[in-house]
Structure formats: C-alpha cells, structure tokens
Design a protein around this ligand. Structure first.
Ligand code: HEM
Length: 325
C-alpha cells in the first residue's frame, strides 16, 4: 500500500502529539520534588509550620511522626494506609497491637484540614505523612533532606498486614532479611534503626529480656548489668511504662549508637546491631561519626519514602485522612 507523503506526514504529526501528550501527562503524574509548586504552593509552609508548632508544645511527637511514616511505608507502601480508621467490616492497621502506641494522628489531621481549605482534593495524606516525618527529623536536630511528592492514598488497611512489621525480638540476620525484602541494604537498615535516637519503648516491648530470658540466662546477657537494673525499675510501673531509647530522647543525634556500644540498647532488635558481627562495624562508625549517620539516614529515609508508592489512578487523594473517599 502506498501512503501519500502528505497523509504520512499528518499521521506522524498526530502520532507525535499523542505520544508527547501522553508522556507529558505521565510526567505530570509522576513523583517530583516540585509536584505541588503549581497545584498547592503553600504546602511546604503549612506542613513545616504545623509540625513546628506541634513539636514546640510536645517535643515527643517528633518520634511519633517518624515512626508513623515507617509503619505506613512498610505495609502496602507509603500510601497512608496507617491512617485509615477501622470500619464495621474491617479492622484497620492502626488497631493492631503493633500500632497501638503510634502517635501524631492529630498533627496529620490538622495539616490536612488546612490544606483542604487552601487547595481541596490536591495533597495526599501519604505525602503529608512523609513531609511531616521529614520536618520532624529536622526540628529534632537531625539532617535536612527533601523528598519527591505525588504519592496517592491507598484504599486498603488490614490488621493482618501488620505481621510484616519487624518485631522487637528480631536478631540482625532477621532484620537484614526483612529490610532486604524491601530493597534496603544492611547499612540502610542500621541507619534507619537510628531513628530510635528519638522516643521511647514501653516495658511490654522489652520485658522478655529481664526475666526467664532463655534456658541458661534469667536476664539477657547482652544488657549491661546496671542498665538491666534501670529497665527492671522502669517495668515496676507496668507494661506501659516508658523507657527512652537513649539519653537524649527528643534530640536527633548519634547517642543511640553510643548506647549500643555500652550494651544499653532497649530492645533486642537494637542491641543485636552491636552484638552481631554483621552490623557491629556500622554501629561503631555511626557512634564515632555523627555526620556519616546523618548522611546515611537521610538517604535511607528518601528510599523508604518511595516504597511501593501509588501514582496516578492507582490511588486517590483522600478528603479525610481517616476514611477512603
Ligand atoms: C529495625 C526494626 C525495628 C523494630 C523491631 C522496631 C520496633 C520498635 C518498637 C517495639 C518500639 C516501641 C513501641 C512501644 O513499646 O510502644 C519502637 C519505637 C519507635 N520506632 Fe521503631 N522499630 C524498628 C525500626 C524503626 C524505623 C526504621 C523507624 C523509623 C525510621 C523507627 C522509629 C521508631 C520511633 C521514632 C520510635 C519511638 C516512638 C515514640 O516514642 O512514640 N523504628 N520501634
């Protein structure tokens, strides 16, 4: 078949427009640093300002916001599944025992409300969680970093998915395996565990180390004796009694790693990072060089913020972070 030159040219032009149009559409939908620059220019300011105010009245919320982002991304990707409330027929992630001590939901609601006023239906809850965690790291004294935006919110949140969160009894090999399944290196995993520079664990999460530990030890031999006594004292106040992870619970620094060197890790999953030869070198590096920890932490956080992200029509922008639309 012979196609006339002019017809051929017209077909090519139409094809070109179609393909470039589609590419532009896809690019517009893809994650980017400037995703909201035209869509909702105030977003960065609103998130930063709200997180700053929240932390000024309660500095312990920095830990809550960072942990919330981690628990969001590990299940169904960073899609704000952790924010959905349970409904009649469905128990959501947030009602799992592993999530009962998550904190900071009201900060996310506050940000969302302001953003719905400014630019309704534009900024996803998943992006809000990721930005709030980033700003919490900064306001607690940690590294400054930016993240691509444009995540969409998911529609699934099921309690059974929370079995994919790491339990505090995991050893180094188990942690390396689980984080590896999400594409993290051993170094990423140790750096991310450094988030335990902020916040607390409740006695319920570590009391197994303090009595009847195993067939040969009553107390976990990996705990410094004096520190074991501190933990035992904490637990006298019950399962919900709080033990700070390090000696500066509201400051983002490398004291967590120095604590591990002193056998003062709170969870088994903390202390294993120093006990195990697979990870001890990384702990020693971070304990010696805070700048190295900060750099690796920020890189690993950006990586975490991109886990199984939903783009375009794969998700929605919720009106209310607690319910699907
Ligand atoms: C490596 C595997 C990890 C395990 C086994 C683990 C486990 C835990 C546990 C058991 C608690 C205390 C919960 C309670 O007793 O109420 C906790 C708290 C916390 N986790 Fe992790 N976690 C891990 C990794 C991470 C990561 C990757 C992050 C963030 C990037 C993170 C951020 C936090 C923060 C900030 C807290 C303190 C929360 C607060 O004070 O409200 N954790 N974690």
């Amino acid at each position: 078949m012979v196609i006339k030159n002019s017809t051929y040219n017209k077909v090519s032009v139409v094809m070109f427009l179609l393909i470039s149009g589609l590419t532009m559409f896809r690019a517009a939908e893809a994650l980017s640093m400037n995703y909201y620059i035209m869509r909702c220019p105030m977003v960065e300011l609103i998130v930063k300002d709200t997180v700053n105010r929240a932390l000024q009245s309660d500095p312990t919320l920095a830990a809550g916001l960072i942990r919330m982002h981690f628990h969001d991304c590990f299940l169904q990707g960073c899609d704000a599944s952790v924010l959905l409330d349970s409904t009649k027929g469905n128990t959501a992630e947030k009602d799992s025992p592993a999530n009962l001590s998550l904190r900071g939901y009201e900060v996310i609601d506050d940000i969302k409300e302001q953003l719905e006023d400014q630019c309704p239906g534009v900024v996803s809850c998943a992006d809000i969680v990721a930005m709030a965690a980033r700003d919490a790291v900064f306001f607690a004294g940690g590294p400054v970093y930016d993240i691509p935006k444009g995540r969409k919110d998911g529609r699934r949140s099921k309690i059974e998915d929370t079995r994919n969160l790491p339990p505090p009894t995991f050893n180094s090999s188990e942690l390396i395996r689980m984080f590896g399944q999400h594409g993290f290196t051993t170094q990423d995993m140790v750096a991310l565990s450094g988030a335990h520079t902020l916040g607390v664990a409740r006695c319920a999460s570590f009391k197994n180390r303090l009595a009847n530990f195993d067939s040969t030890h009553n107390v976990d031999p990996d705990i410094d004796t004096q520190f074991a006594n501190t933990l035992i004292r904490t637990c006298k106040a019950g399962d919900n009694a709080e033990q700070p992870f390090d000696r500066s619970r509201n400051t983002f620094d490398n004291n967590y790693f120095i604590g591990l060197q002193n056998k003062a890790g709170v969870l088994s999953s903390d202390q294993t990072l120093f006990s195990s030869p697979q990870t001890r070198g990384i702990v020693n590096n971070y304990a010696m060089n805070e700048a190295m920890f900060f750099l690796d932490f920020q890189q690993a956080m950006v990586k975490m913020s991109l886990l199984d992200v939903k783009e375009g029509s794969k998700g929605e922008v919720r009106q209310n972070c607690r319910k699907i639309n």
